[in-house]
Design a protein around this ligand. Sequence first.
Ligand code: 1GP
Length: 259
Amino acid sequence: MGGKTEIYQRMQAARQAGRKALAVLIDPDKATDQHLERVVGLGVDAQVDFFFVGGSLVVKDELARCLAFLRSHCAIPAILFPGSPLQIDEQADALLFLSLISGRNADLLIGQQVVSAPYLYQSSLEVISVGYMLVDGGAPTTASYMSNTLPIPADKPDIALATALAGEMLGLKTLYLDAGSGARQPVSETMIRKVAQHVTVPLMAGGGIRRPEQAWASAQAGADIIVVGTAVEQSAELLGEMAEAVHRCRAGRINTREM
Ligand code: 1GP
């Protein structure tokens, strides 16, 4: 099956060059036009790499409006980060095709993907598969509750590594360590480093990153794409500092077979 690969190639090229990327997560339910205008303006100035759009629970019908706004106001790629097969819209550039590999909920491992695959096949969207791993961030999050799965314990990097390796061996094109939106603690540097040292696909990390130094530390530990949502929702001004912190980090990945 062919299909578009432009965004994925961009992710891979950045990873190979040791160039870190910032993705700003926009929850369409919460993003008023005024907020979007601000985030887009600051995002363009700060050279934000991607906008991720979606959420674990989207209750209003604002996705199309949000994507139309992004499309007409900037050239930063808009990538769907869907909480359900309902969140598909061809105005986006790509879609993260998530399989919740940290959980044992068959519906989120393969069930919902089977429902959405025929629609995606006929759409113009670039589909990027993601081995999605929820990590305990100190309290239940919407993602952990809605997915009805146990997150990976925060202090078990070996479990995260084994899960990530399985995901890569199954052919998933990217991996995502997520403490969940609004997590009390972000994914630890130890866990990110452990995974980053052994996988070769682009690695995303997010959930609970509130300060630029945390974004920098996650990138320095080996994440290629840092995802920030809540902090920018609460204070759009942080966006410039977040982007600066992530782009300043140049840590390449050192792969090892030593476990
Ligand atoms: C959630 O990783 C994202 O899936 C972003 O989390 O909202 O806590 O930044 P925050």
